[in-house]
Design a protein around this ligand. Structure first.
Ligand code: APR
Ligand code: PHB
Length: 395
């Protein structure tokens, strides 16, 4: 039963305790700015939600600066290259040698756990919050209504940060005509499995061939993350475990039977979808991470783009509270939108490079092949790719 209402005030009301919301709140705290975080799921659910696991160097630096880099530095696997397997032929992409930057393999849910652990005991983070609704956003502040622990609560605030993902309420609160959404759905999906098996190789393998795309990634030396491209509309349980292992082995090893197998711990169907909202702000409401943009998983940019937004907004809010300066806040969208389009551009380019559309013509197929040949033969091309893959091009 909902008990009678109360009204609370917070400088920054953050909706969503995914990586965006938790990092924003953490960075604000370190800069002396208070916030309240409203999350509709339980802590357990948020901590266990398996998502991507590739951190760009810039992301790792932000997490270290936020004081949550210790376990990451101890446990994450640092990668300096990956393998392309093109119709069975192996080509290494030595991205660190090409551009000087590395990437770290560390699950998104581990980042979330570290952020939660760092704030343990600190008030202002609420799980299981029901019916979050943005009641108003004006030029001076906002009002959010929700039910916290059964109590109807009105939160008044100076700013609202919508860190509530693609399906959240934040973006919906922007009046029609003030925001445009640009969206593309690619004609394939990824079936992902997390498995208690060591990876086939210590580096990631992006395999492209006649049977379709496959990716070998990992979370630790004992836990692999593997993906298969599948037709859109396929159900997550349509294939048996045996069928999944056989298809992965065919695409990754040419059917040699050398792919290590293990218990499948989790399956997920990931649509390959791109979305950008424009702009990322409306009056005192700011969109952050998946609330503002989503990318197909091909280049693992989603988490990295979310971290970049959260850091940027934290700096802008700190400028406001600590120095009374509003330029960075006013300019949030103007800086963050083009950066998001850079992430989209590279994600789309990897997606179209690695996947054949169902109606791909021979001409398009040859063009894809020609793009690979340039990437593998031109140091300039490979360096530009490496800069985007590791994220240093977007900073
Ligand atoms: N009220 C409160 N919380 C909400 C609501 C709501 N109405 N709607 C969504 N949420 C919560 C979700 O339960 C989730 O915990 O907001 C959070 C959003 O988290 P994410 O979806 O992880 O989004 P974000 O923090 O921006 O992180 C982006 O997640 O999807 C991946 O690839 C993406 O890695 C990227 C990262
Ligand atoms: C992952 O580990 O989940 C992952 C890694 C690299 C990608 C996509 C996903 O390009």
């Amino acid at each position: 039963m909902t008990s009678p209402g109360r009204t609370l005030h917070t400088p920054v009301c953050i909706i969503g305790a995914g990586p965006s919301g938790l990092l924003l709140s953490r960075l604000l705290r370190l800069n002396g700015v208070d916030s309240v975080v409203l999350e509709r799921r339980t802590r357990d659910h948020v901590e266990k939600r398996v998502r991507a696991g590739l951190l760009e160097q810039g992301t790792v630096e932000v997490l270290r600066d936020a004081g949550v880099g210790e376990r990451l530095d101890r446990e994450a696997l640092v990668h300096e290259g990956f393998e392309w397997r093109l119709d069975g032929a192996v080509h290494r992409m030595p991205f660190t040698e090409l551009c000087g930057a590395s990437v770290w393999m560390y699950g998104q849910q581990e980042v979330v756990k570290d952020l939660l652990d760092a704030r343990d005991g600190e008030p202002g983070l609420h799980f299981g919050v029901e019916d979050v609704r943005i009641a108003s956003v004006t030029a001076d502040g906002g009002r959010v209504v929700c039910t916290i622990d059964g109590q109807l609560t009105e939160l008044t605030c100076d700013f609202i940060a919508a860190c509530d993902g693609f399906h959240g309420v934040g973006r919906q609160a922007v009046p029609a005509g003030e925001l445009v959404g640009h969206e593309v759905t690619h004609p394939f999906a990824w079936l992902g499995v997390l498995t208690a098996a060591p990876p086939l190789s210590p580096e990631l393998i992006y395999a492209v061939g006649d049977r379709g795309f496959a990716l070998q990634s990992m979370r630790s030396p004992q836990v692999s993350r593997l993906y298969l491209s599948v037709p859109p509309g396929e159900g997550v349980d349509d294939r048996s475990d045996e069928q999944i292992w056989r298809e992965l082995d065919l695409r990754l090893t040419g059917g040699q039977g050398t792919l290590p197998t293990g218990r499948i711990l989790e399956r997920v169907m990931v649509p390959l979808r791109s979305f950008v909202a424009e702009p990322f702000q409306y009056r005192r409401l700011f969109l952050v991470g998946d609330a503002a943009h989503i990318v197909p998983p091909s280049a693992a940019k989603g988490l990295n783009m979310a971290v970049a937004d959260a850091r940027h907004l934290a700096e802008a809010l700190t400028d406001w509270y600590a120095h009374g300066r509003r330029e960075a806040l006013d300019g949030y969208s103007a800086t963050a939108v083009p950066r998001a389009w850079q992430g989209q551009q590279f994600s789309a380019s990897m997606t179209t490079l690695m996947h054949a559309a169902p109606d791909e013509s021979v001409f398009d197929r040859r063009l894809r092949r020609a793009r690979f040949e340039r990437l593998l033969s031109s140091t300039a091309e490979a360096t530009a790719f490496a800069e985007q893959y590791t994220g240093i091009a977007r900073r």
